[in-house]
Design a protein around this ligand. Sequence first.
Ligand code: NDP
Length: 313
Amino acid sequence: MERKQVIIIGSGPAGYTAALYTSRAGLNPIIIEGHEPGGQLTTTTDVENFPGFPEGVMGPDLMANMRAQVKRFGTEFLSTKVKDVNLSKRPFHIVCENGQEFLAETLIISTGASAKYLGLANEMKLIGKGVSACATCDGFFYRNKIVHVVGGGDTALEEANFLTRFASKVYLLHRKEAFRASKPMQERTFNNPKIEVVWNTEAQEILFDESGVTGLKVLNNKSNEITERKTDGFFLGIGHEPNTKFLNGQLALDEHGYIKTQGQHPDTSVAGVFACGDVQDPYYRQAISAAGSGCQAAIRAERFLESLHDSKA
Ligand code: NDP
């Protein structure tokens, strides 16, 4: 079985940055990219908040560039997923879906978090054409437009408030008659004159034409009345799911399933395993913060390997 100094699982900005740093440090990492390399940014269009691109950059292009940059320095790319890991002793044992197995002295986990979607017809097809799960990323494109946000937790209310910087009107659709978001967030929302809450309401269908989203068909779950509402944008704020199932409980997670890291460092509950990007970050969830944490994980892995070497010397 091949034994590696560093294996990186996940290929978003965090994973590619970790690969860039560890390959330039001569550690010859493998990055296990999954079946769709590039992560969440491959499903967005314009990215205007990643530094270094004065005109902005398309999400898929940004990820292709990151991958190409990594390629220069000798990272090995594997397009499969990790099925199983054994973190009970080092070297860690990694089993891939394609049957390949590896031993790793250090592991960097950057498998991200997936935004939850409602599962409506055409919802995924309309991402970037009016459907979004990231107000910070896409809010700017809705200047003076009408948008709807769905959800009743902190994410939805934060997104709704953020969107009022741009949109002329923000409707917040919630399936219940009360929010579960924190009290201060609720107060902010109720005090924002641009936000109107639509209670007891569920989106049933996204209406669209060739230009993108045009409206929503919604159900009032109290009156059973179905109505159509005009909108230019439909933002999902119903939560995220960190991609940690393959870990089978071998790392400490927080109450929402995110990998726990230690203070300002990307160290996890197992020495030699580091986590970076959205899989350990329910708060910032940005490409640039993920990339930054990928750099930190790489440097920590490098120093961990050095410390093993020193202790043997
Ligand atoms: P939550 O799980 O707290 O809330 C999800 C919301 O989406 C709920 O209101 C839920 O409705 C609704 N929802 C879920 N599925 C559906 C569906 N299929 N159809 C319609 N509505 C649906 O997730 P969040 O992402 O909001 O928050 C996760 C954690 O992160 C929380 O602890 C939160 O406090 C924290 N957070 C903190 C922030 C901050 O401090 N600034 C910002 C963002 C998150 P229902 O209520 O009916 O179940």
